[in-house]
Design a protein around this ligand. Structure first.
Ligand code: HGY
Ligand code: MN
Ligand code: MN
Length: 413
């Protein structure tokens, strides 16, 4: 009897070595670490009998051909990580479907449809200030203007992709046709504490939260920390601190809203000078788009009033947003039924983290399977999912795939 969870754990351990040196896993898109990971995955996919291609958005695609003219079920997740991240976020959602396909093959089960397992190059948006490149390419929503965005070395996304052997000018040709697709099912570590608190190994996502991000620049006036009187100071950091407190207040007083100032840069950032400029971010997330947008508007009006009150110049701009995406009821019900048939409770929950599925929802119906996350910890080296829970997820995915019969596919027509 194959221990599929242990098999997954070994492959994930190998994949975690495809990383920059340092704590945890750092694997950014279009880098040697990315290349090493997709080489490993390609070998695994070819051993499994999948046809493997790398598309011009950097997505590795492992495909099992179904009967002529059959539709395709898309699965997978992202290969990239945050800096000093964990070994499961994203990449586990590529490995587990591969194990499920291998389990079906060893059980002698052939599927009446095609399946593709996708390893998207970039979901985190860490190297470049954009995200979801590969999933947006397939959904036909890729914005080519992001190709000119630069990383911390001044390399454009386009240059990085060309150096990786890709032709970014052809990304626009990658959009899939909904008529060819059954849906997209993403498996992902929960990245939160709910499943562990409920004693559940698996969970089913109801909706992926919407996000909006704001860049804020607070401009004051520097001066000698010892000689500049307190009255009349135009201290940019004091203004920024007020904004941090307001963002936190919005998050704590608004139901279903998460609010975070994640990045803050102070100039001149020395102990004996009054800060003259602060650049900072504010992020709002909610399963309800109206709640999220109201928070963004509230921040902008607060900032305008603060600038007057503290005699500061404050620029604020919304730089990113994505709407909340509900998961497809039919796909999710079938996925839940597959897991409950193996003893899971079928716990349903929203996802505070965003995923490639949020972009794929612009192409086709989506569903997400969550796997329990130890201590709810993610985006850190301590991120962990047990081989027991991964084994249950593999069995649930295999059961799910086997349950999609010809009649179901025709019913979708
Ligand atoms: O930000 C997110 O939610 C995802 O982990 N990139
Ligand atoms: Mn992720
Ligand atoms: Mn992540």
């Amino acid at each position: 009897m194959t221990d599929w969870g242990a098999r997954a754990e070994r492959l994930l351990n190998d994949l975690s070595t495809c990383s920059e040196p340092g704590p945890g896993v750092t694997r950014l898109p279009f880098t040697p670490e990315h290349r090493a990971a997709i080489d490993l995955l390609q070998t695994q996919m070819e051993t499994l009998g999948l046809t493997v291609t790398l598309d011009h958005a950097g997505t590795l695609i492992g495909r099992i051909e179904g009967p002529l003219g059959s539709k395709t079920l898309l699965m997978g997740s992202h290969q990239d990580t945050v800096r000093e991240g964990g070994a499961y976020d994203g990449i586990m959602g590529v490995v587990l479907p591969l194990m499920a396909l291998e389990k079906l093959r060893s059980d002698g089960i052939e599927l009446p449809f095609s399946v593709e397992v996708l390893a998207f190059a970039d979901e985190e948006g860490v190297r470049f200030p954009t995200a979801l490149i590969g999933s947006r390419a397939l959904a036909g929503t890729f914005d080519p203007s992001v190709l000119f965005m630069v990383d911390s070395q001044g390399i454009t996304l386009s240059e990085a992709m060309v150096a990786f052997g890709l032709d970014p000018d052809r990304i626009g040709t990658l959009a899939r046709n909904l008529n060819d697709v059954i849906g997209f099912v993403e498996t992902h570590i929960e990245q939160g504490p709910v499943l562990e608190q409920e004693g559940e190994a698996l969970g089913f996502v109801t909706a992926i939260c919407g996000i909006e991000r704001h860049q804020i620049e607070v401009i004051g006036e520097t001066g000698h920390a010892g000689t500049l009187p307190m009255s009349g100071r135009r201290d940019a950091l004091v203004g920024a601190a007020a904004i941090v407190t307001e963002v936190d207040r919005l998050g704590r007083t608004t139901p279903d809203l998460r609010a975070t100032v994640g990045a803050l840069d102070v100039v001149p950032n020395v102990v004996n000078a009054v800060p003259r400029r602060v650049r900072m971010t504010a992020e709002f997330r909610s399963p309800d788009d109206q709640t999220r947008c109201d928070a963004g508007r509230s921040l902008h009006s607060y900032v305008r009033e603060l600038a007057l009150r503290r005699n500061l110049t404050i620029k604020v701009q919304k730089t990113y947003s994505q709407v909340a995406q509900p998961c497809d009821v039919d796909l999710s019900t079938r996925l839940t039924r597959s897991a409950t048939s193996m003893g899971a409770e079928g716990l349903a929950l929203p996802s505070g983290a965003t995923h490639d599925a949020s972009a794929m929802a612009d192409l086709c119906p989506i569903a997400m399977l969550f796997v329990r996350c130890r201590d709810g910890v993610s985006h850190k080296p301590e991120e962990f999912a047990s081989s027991h829970d991964m084994g249950l997820a593999i069995s649930a995915l295999a059961e799910y795939l086997a349950s999609i019969d010809r009649q179901t596919i025709q019913a979708d027509d």
